[in-house]
Design a protein around this ligand. Structure first.
Ligand code: OAD
Length: 268
């Protein structure tokens, strides 16, 4: 650990690449593995818009559970020690950017200003009719959550209520969807391009909490490696990146990341 922290302390263009594992200690479950989201909700159904539409019509109670779970989880989550130390290191000029696959806002709330969100943003809504985007602020999320509590049982009643609470576009009243990337959808091209540019020019690439199985995001560590960057991995267990990393640490990000990039870096 000391050697890796020392090598990182000499770097001034660190890119941090994060996945669900960085937010696990904030109470947001990861996707894969025990207790993961995809264990409870089938990704073939809940991971794409047509699948969600089908659940809405055929099993509205299941969709209600999914939305309730998501709102409870995201409303309760607070940045953890890993998010906070990354934010401080960016402010100190050591980190260039965070490239994340997460749709939460914990990096931003942890103080990081440059965050490239490859898989979109849960706090932005996109109109299905006119295509305009608008914010889904916490107050609106809380109001939706409150309405779900008062929901009567019965398939038709739930169907009707879900229709009523779905957020509408502020411009054209069209139905909106969260501006996140579902399976089969393209990543936002400009975000991917900027993430690639930062990766190409970084001197260190710190991987935190990702299984590295979802493409094209999974290619970024290989790009950093090919450009000669120092590659450091923090995960719960070995990943496809372990072999190519200069250092790998297995354990909770909230403990390991602050040791790797302490607030007062050791002299190189
Ligand atoms: P995964 O759920 O696939 O992987 C989570 C990773 O975090 C694993 O490598 C764990 O070892 C690690 N991990 C778990 N808890 C941790 C902790 N406390 N500290 C450090 N590491 C921990 O999540 P992602 O790799 O982010 O895509 O998944 C990638 C994409 O798959 C997601 O963005 C999402 C999903 O389908 C879309 O929605 C398009």
């Amino acid at each position: 650990m000391t050697e890796a922290a020392g090598r990182l302390s000499a770097c001034r263009r660190i890119v941090v690449f994060t996945g669900a594992g960085v937010s696990a200690e904030s109470g947001i479950p990861t996707f894969r593995g025990e207790g993961g989201i995809w264990e409870k909700y089938d990704p073939d159904v809940f991971g794409n818009i047509p699948g969600l539409g089908q659940v809405w019509l055929t099993q509205p109670q299941r969709l209600l559970d999914f939305i309730t779970d998501a709102l409870d989880t995201f409303l309760a989550a607070q940045p953890n020690a890993a998010h906070l130390v990354i934010g401080k290191a960016e402010a100190a000029g050591r980190i260039r950017a965070v490239v994340t696959q997460n749709v939460d806002d914990l990096h931003e709330r942890g103080g990081t200003r440059t965050v490239f969100k490859l898989h979109g943003d849960l706090y932005t809504l996109r109109c299905l009719r006119c295509g305009r985007s608008g914010p889904l602020d916490r107050g609106r999320m809380e109001r939706i959550r409150d309405q779900l509590d008062g929901m009567r049982s019965g398939r038709l009643a739930i169907l009707k209520k879900l229709w009523e609470i779905m957020p509408r576009c502020g411009e054209c009243e069209g139905l909106t969807r969260p501006d996140v990337v579902f399976f089969g959808e393209s990543l936002p091209a400009n975000v991917l391009r900027q993430a690639e540019e930062e990766t190409r020019s970084c001197d260190a690439f710190l991987i935190v909490g990702t299984s590295g199985v979802v493409y094209p995001a999974a290619l970024l560590p290989k790009l950093a490696r090919s450009r000669g960057a120092l590659v450091v991995e923090v995960n719960r267990e070995a990943s496809p990146y372990t072999e190519m990393s200069d250092f790998s640490f297995f354990g909770p990000a909230g403990s390991i990341v602050p040791e790797l990039i302490p607030e007062s870096p050791r002299p190189a």
